[in-house]
Design a protein around this ligand. Structure first.
Ligand code: S3P
Length: 171
């Protein structure tokens, strides 16, 4: 079995599904944002505020290269922007099975409004502004997301449905 790498927009449920899938497959779960927080000792918010988005993307890239090199297969949940910078999508497609958690702007916006996670790119946005941001950003990011090997419907794909697929493909 190779790594299983979950990608998709903020609010698509990558960490929730990733945790559950890893538990089901009895393999480690890795969250790239969490790795960045551990490596820097700073929150994602602090990194954006103190060093800016470019520095965050650089850190994200370094973490990606580190985690895909780990030999034991893991479920890896990535930040929503990860696939859209450098050749990260190519790196992920080489390292394992990429899974795009697909959702409409309306459903992403309603998940994000209800989420307690502080995301610097959308901090303090009103619901109409957030919907506009999600529509515009998703339109450019989908070019990358759609390069994933598997596409599933966010928030309805379950680990029970997905696990047998990966078990069947393991060596
Ligand atoms: C980002 C998504 C976040 C986090 C950072 C930037 C993005 O991760 O990496 O705030 O560019 O979409 P989640 O997708 O887990 O919220």
């Amino acid at each position: 079995m190779k790594h299983i790498i979950l990608i998709g927009f903020m609010g698509a449920g990558k960490s929730t599904l990733g945790h559950a899938l890893a538990r089901r497959l009895e393999i480690p779960f890795i969250d790239t944002d969490h790795c960045i927080v551990c490596k820097t000792g700073k929150t994602i918010e602090q990194i954006f505020q103190e060093s800016g988005e470019d520095a965050f993307r650089q850190l994200e890239r370094e973490i990606l290269l580190e985690v895909v090199q780990q030999s034991s297969p893991s479920v890896i949940s990535t930040g929503g922007g990860m696939p859209c910078f450098f050749n990260n999508m190519e790196v992920m497609n080489k390292a394992g099975t990429t899974v795009y958690l697909q959702a409409s702007p309306d459903s992403l916006t309603s998940w994000l409004i209800r989420s307690s996670n502080k995301r610097p790119l959308i901090a303090n946005m009103s619901e109409p502004d957030l919907l506009h941001y999600v529509k515009e950003t998703l339109a450019t990011r989908e070019l990358y997301y759609l390069q994933a090997k598997l596409h599933v419907i966010a928030h309805s794909a379950s680990p029970e449905e997905l696990a047998p697929f990966f078990l069947a493909n393991s060596e």
